[in-house]
Design a protein around this ligand. Sequence first.
Ligand SMILES: [Zn+2]
Length: 269
Amino acid sequence: MPELPEVETLRRALDRELAGRTLQSVTIYEPRLLRNASAKEFKRALVGHALRSVDRRAKFLLFDFGRHTAVLHLRMTGWPTLNSVKTPRFVFQFDQEKTLYFSDRRRLATLHLLPSADTHKLPPLSELGLEPFQPSYTLENFLTLLQTDQEIKRLLLDQRKIAGVGNIYACEALFAGKIHPQRSAKSLSQSEAKKLFVQIKKISARAIAEQGTSVSTYRLLTGESGNFQNFLLVYDREGEPCVQCKTAIERITQGGRGTYFCPKCQQRV
Ligand SMILES: [Zn+2]
C-alpha cells in the first residue's frame, strides 16, 4: 500500500504536470469510488475549473480546484498515471491534451468531493492524527500518544493517531529504534520514544528522496519503480540475516498485517 513517501512522490509529479490546467471532462467508470457525491455532482463541481495545486494530507491526495477539492485515497492498489491504462476507474481530461488515468485493480480506492475551505474539518481528513513533517508532529505530542497499552506497531499504523505511516515504514522505524513491535506503547523509555519519533521522520524523508518503495504495486506517475526497496533493512526480508547482527529476520502477524523484525536487535524485554 502506498504510504506517505509514495503518495508524496506522486503528489510532486502530479502537481508539476497538471497544476494550472483546466479540467475539460471527467469520466467515472467505477461509481463506488465516490463516497459523498454522485458522478453528476462531482463533474458539476469540478469541470471547467483550473487545478490550482495537488496537495497531500497523510496518504490522501488533494486536487484543489478552487472552490472544491477532490480527495483521493489510493488504498491498496490505486495508481494515478498519465499513460493510458487498460481498465481505468476514472479519467480526468485536462487542457493541452494532458489526461490523468486512475487504475485500481483491487477497487478499494476512495474519492471525496469537499469544499476547499473546510477540507481539513471534514471526514476523512478530520479523522487523521499526527503527521510527520507537519508542525503538530512534536516530541511532546508524540509522547502523549504513547500513553496507552496498545502494541507500538499497531499504534503506528492507526491513522487516527499517526497519519501517513504504514506497514513498511513502521517496521523500518521500529528496527532503527531497536524496539520490539509487540511492546506496549507506554513501556517505551523516554529515549526509545525519542529515537522512534526521530526515525519515523528520517526514514520517511529518505524514502521520499528515493521516490518511495516499490515492493508490490506502487509505481511512479511514469510507470517506473521507486528506489527505496533497495534500502529496506527488515521489511520483506524474512529469513535473511540482520544487517546489524546476522540473526535471521522474523515475520509475525499483528492486526492482520505482516511485521518484520530482528529478534536480537529488537528485544521484547
Ligand atoms: Zn539484529
